[in-house]
Write a protein that binds this ligand. Structure first.
Ligand code: HEM
Ligand code: HEM
Length: 211
């Protein structure tokens, strides 16, 4: 059984591809890579705010909130792939697991991202007596997170380059069913992030004035 060929192999009927589940694997890769690209851009912006955290604290919190839903959705799409692999779904077994370093690093990337985001949000809601501890957790988590994320991004840069844009072009050769839903999911996650940013940014005034 040959691995799936994209652009879409027109010789194989779409029904057969769907039966073999290869479209599902490609669809999952496209959504994950598109979210990866969104996160890459937002994390770069977050990095700039860290260099001048005091004057750019509002931007820092706004971008942090903006990237929260896309990060959660990305954990879901990669979690789906992992579960499909362990459930021995043939098409996902055919794609195989990520390279071993990225495979081992995956859970750390998830836990560290959750730690940095959760400690950041907690900084805005917790009382002044927690500020120092939460800030230490936030900064220390960030340092370990940065090391893990650098390897993650370097390891997935080529896949992102090859997959992230495929649902966003009109050429028939890249057309794959469900493209509209995947685009809507990416846009909805960013829109939800913008809403969160509107909710969280005003908390800075409260958090900063109490500590
Ligand atoms: C909040 C930040 C991020 C989290 C929590 C996250 C999480 C994950 C996890 C758990 C996996 C599965 C394990 C693996 O294959 O390594 C994964 C895969 C992947 N990540 Fe990330 N990632 C993040 C940021 C990024 C960024 C910035 C990029 C883009 C450069 C990216 C691109 C990818 C790609 C292309 C895959 C493999 C997709 C596939 O299954 O075909 N990720 N990510
Ligand atoms: C919703 C998400 C986030 C919120 C609410 C948040 C909140 C904050 C706050 C309030 C501070 C300043 C604390 C102070 O100095 O009193 C801070 C500092 C910091 N944040 Fe975040 N943050 C978020 C996301 C992130 C992300 C995603 C990263 C990195 C990937 C990050 C990295 C840092 C670092 C490194 C500092 C310390 C900067 C310094 O003092 O030099 N934060 N964050």
């Amino acid at each position: 059984m040959n691995p799936p060929q994209y652009p879409v192999d027109q010789t194989e009927a779409s029904g057969a591809r769907r039966l073999r589940g290869v479209d599902g694997v490609e669809a999952n890769s496209r959504l994950t890579a598109a979210l990866g690209l969104v996160l890459f851009v937002l994390l770069a912006g977050e990095g700039v705010t860290i260099l001048r955290i005091r004057p750019l604290l509002s931007e820092h919190v706004a971008i942090g909130a903006l990237l929260l839903p896309p990060a959660v959705l990305k954990m879901a799409t990669t979690g789906y792939r992992m579960a499909a692999y362990y459930r021995r779904i043939p098409a996902y077994r055919l794609k195989g697991p990520p390279p071993v370093v990225l495979r081992v690093l995956g859970p750390f990337v998830v836990v560290l991202t959750a730690e940095v985001l959760a400690s950041g949000v907690a900084l805005l809601y917790a009382g002044p007596q927690w500020h120092r501890t939460l800030l230490l957790l936030h900064k220390a988590g960030f340092i370990v997170w940065l090391a893990a994320m650098s390897i993650h991004v370097l390891g997935h840069l080529m896949e992102t380059y090859h997959h992230a844009w495929r649902d966003w072009v009109t050429a028939r050769r890249w057309k794959l069913s469900g493209g509209g839903v995947r685009r809507a999911l990416v846009i909805a996650s960013i829109a939800l992030g913008a809403l969160l940013a509107l909710l969280l940014t005003p908390r800075i005034g409260v958090a900063v004035s109490t500590h």
